[in-house]
Design a protein around this ligand. Structure first.
Ligand code: AHR
Length: 662
């Protein structure tokens, strides 16, 4: 039986090798004899905004949902009344007892009969993550009609298991913040089938506001971030973070824009705001936290400033009405890079960072190609002139003017001459593969390009391997053209995979209450960034396998017929200090490809090298919250390399081949 199996396998391998040999093998030549341009050191970064529960219920480690009771003006969403042992009472929103001008709505608990226990329970962001031997920091503002102690606990949803508990001091009659620490035992099994409870055994009335619970955070930063997600991000070694959006920057209305001044300072000064993605933002992830996040991951902030245009198409282009927003942007920049002797630099120092952060790029607005009024030209010019006059060292990014972006192509490059224009692409896999050569013949006389949002959109909530193939193909084009395309970042970065967590299908990193994972595309991007030299090596290609790209809606509208495009993609960069070549190969075909590889212009190539490969059996295969590592890269050593050699690249794969040259 075993023998028969091996015979069949040998026959299959023979047929397969014949099949590969039968067609002309693809051939590539690395032109080390023609040194290419320098690779942009900022080529790979991150883009972020509050979408898909990116911060609240995501990176930002706060565990209490609707902590200031403003999520729904009619009812205390995510809070419930807990009554045990014959208790009787009620909870309601109360606008008569503000803590201050930010915390204007509180939760009132009225207790007629305390029974064995009565209180308020919060269901968290799809539960409260319970882990063994963990310390949680709880805090809340409270006042009571008569003094009494409160019990605070993290417990199972049925109340039968208490994982951690603590008791408050006696609650007084004036608003005061109470802080407690809760610890779980060593033998607790991780679970999110849990709730957070504050309860009493007394009758009377108690008012609550800003109820907060934090688990341990990354670097133990107060008001900090989830360590597992931060580790995934740090693992990508991103050069910059584009924030705070995206649509989240613009908001639906002027009142719901990212109003940065309302996002700084102590949490009790942050009212939160309605975000355009269907839920309210706590603004716990405020301007300062974005900057700290950048510092923690060693990336530079790339600040997008609100530019006087909202998603519902409201705008100011009259210079006098626009000026307050220009001033707001200048102050925001001062908060980031102003000396601590300046007004807003001093606020940053107050918030914990006396030294300025670093900042090179400021983007004016977001996707203003959607502004059909054409007001961007005027708005951009007013912002750019003011920023350049105060901060001549900053480079300015325009959201229109890119020639290949269907959104912004309606508008010319603004007269104030942006240093960089931002282009966004969301496409399917074959479209992205078709865009691998997008920048090869692009006009090099205009501004540089920032691909500030891009993604192949196949598979959800995080994308599948076919997307990773499209992404990788597209990235080969960005690397090859990184004299022009100086920065790029995928979007959206995050998705909470719990039911109702996703507003935008196709995301890079997924998580639930307890765990997180990277999509195949996450791993591809990491492979690309970790294996990046400082000089591009041009590649000649021959006899590449091809595929047919059917017309998409845009093609049909323009009368474009089906198109034959390559099904393999390449880029190479060299580390000029070490002579190491990073050759990236994308094989989007269903068969292994035996490629003839020549290196022209190198005196020697080591016979041993390193191969890092990520591949899938089927393009639809993917990583999930329950199978987070189905598709991850593997690293092996390879022999038989030289100035001329053959290498087999598996079906549906992305490979980095490291070649040591002299
Ligand atoms: O990434 C999701 C959204 O796509 C962004 O908020 C917006 O800029 C773009 O249209």
């Amino acid at each position: 039986m075993k023998q028969k199996y091996f015979l069949a396998l040998a026959l299959f391998a023979f047929v397969l090798s014949k099949e590969i040999n039968a067609q002309t093998s693809p051939a590539i030549t690395l032109r080390l004899d023609q040194p290419g341009h320098a690779v942009s050191p900022k080529l790979y970064g991150l883009m972020t905004e509050e979408i898909n529960y990116s911060y609240d219920g995501g990176l930002y480690a706060e565990l209490i949902r609707n902590r200031v009771f403003k999520d729904n003006p009619m009812a205390p969403d995510h809070w419930s009344l807990l009554q045990e042992g014959g208790a009787q009472g009620k909870i309601s929103l109360d606008r008569q007892n503000p803590v201050n001008t930010a915390l204007t709505i509180c939760l009132k608990l009225e207790v007629q009969n305390a029974g064995s226990r009565i209180g308020i329970a919060n269901d968290g962001y799809w539960g409260i993550p319970v882990r063994p031997k963990t310390t949680y920091s709880a805090s809340f503002y409270a006042k009571a009609s008569q003094p009494g102690l409160l019990a605070v606990s993290i417990e199972s949803n049925d109340g039968k298991t208490v994982y951690a508990k603590a008791q408050s001091q006696a609650i007084g009659s004036e608003w005061k913040q109470y802080k407690l620490t809760l610890n779980t035992a060593d033998n607790v099994t991780p679970t999110a089938d849990t709730r957070f409870v504050i309860s009493t055994i007394d009758t009377g009335r108690i008012w609550f506001n800003l109820v907060s619970l934090f688990p341990p955070t990354y670097n133990n930063t107060p008001n900090g971030n989830r360590p597992d997600i931060m580790q995934l991000l740090a693992g990508m070694k991103p050069a910059f973070l584009r924030f705070p959006g995206g649509n989240y920057l613009e908001g639906d209305y002027f009142t719901s824009r990212f109003d940065w001044k309302k996002t700084i300072g102590s949490l009790d000064q942050r009212p939160g705001h309605a975000s355009p993605w269907g839920y309210r933002s706590s603004d716990g992830m405020g301007l300062y936290e974005f900057l700290k996040w950048c510092e923690d991951v060693k990336m530079e902030p790339l600040l997008a400033v609100f530019a006087g245009y909202t998603l519902k198409a409201d705008y100011f282009d009259d210079p006098k009405f626009l000026q307050p927003f220009v001033d707001e942007a200048l102050e925001e920049i001062e908060y980031i890079i102003g000396d601590k002797s300046t007004k807003w630099g001093a606020m940053r120092a107050r918030d914990g960072h006396p030294d300025p952060f670093s900042l090179t790029y400021v983007e004016i607005g977001n996707e203003d190609g959607f502004d059909r009024s054409g007001s961007y030209e005027k708005r951009f010019n007013q912002f750019a002139a003011a920023i350049r006059s105060k901060y001549p060292q900053l480079k300015i990014i325009s959201t229109v003017g890119g020639k290949n972006d269907f959104l912004s192509s309606r508008f010319p490059i603004p007269k104030e001459n942006p240093d960089v224009v931002d282009e966004h692409f969301y496409r399917n896999s074959i479209e992205m593969q078709d865009m691998a050569n997008l920048y090869d013949n692009y006009d090099r006389n205009g501004p540089k390009i920032f691909v500030g949002e891009w993604a192949t959109r196949e598979g959800f909530p995080t994308t599948n391997f076919n997307s990773a193939l499209g992404d990788a193909a597209f990235l080969t084009g960005l690397e090859r053209n990184s004299d022009l395309v100086i920065m790029s970042c995928y979007a959206p970065l995050f998705v909470n995979v719990n039911p109702g967590g996703m507003q935008w299908k196709s995301d890079l990193i997924g998580y639930n209450t307890l765990t997180s994972y990277g999509s195949p595309s996450y791993h591809v991007q990491k492979m690309f960034n970790h294996n990046l030299g400082d000089q591009v090596v041009m590649i000649d290609t021959k006899d590449l396998p091809t595929q047919i790209k059917k017309p998409n809606a845009r093609d049909s509208a323009a009368g474009r017929p089906p198109k034959t495009i390559p099904a393999m993609f390449f880029s190479a960069t060299k580390d000029t200090k070490t002579g190491l070549i990073y050759l990236k190969v994308v094989n989007a075909t269903s068969g292994a490809q035996n490629v003839n590889i020549d290196l022209k212009g190198s005196s020697s190539v080591a016979s041993q090298g390193t191969v890092i490969t990520i591949k899938a059996d089927n393009p639809e295969d993917t990583n999930t919250i329950t199978g987070p590592e189905k598709i991850v890269p593997s690293t092996t050593k390879v022999k038989g390399l030289g100035k001329s050699f053959q290498q087999i690249f598996p079906a549906y794969s992305v490979t980095v081949l490291q070649l040591q040259t002299k």
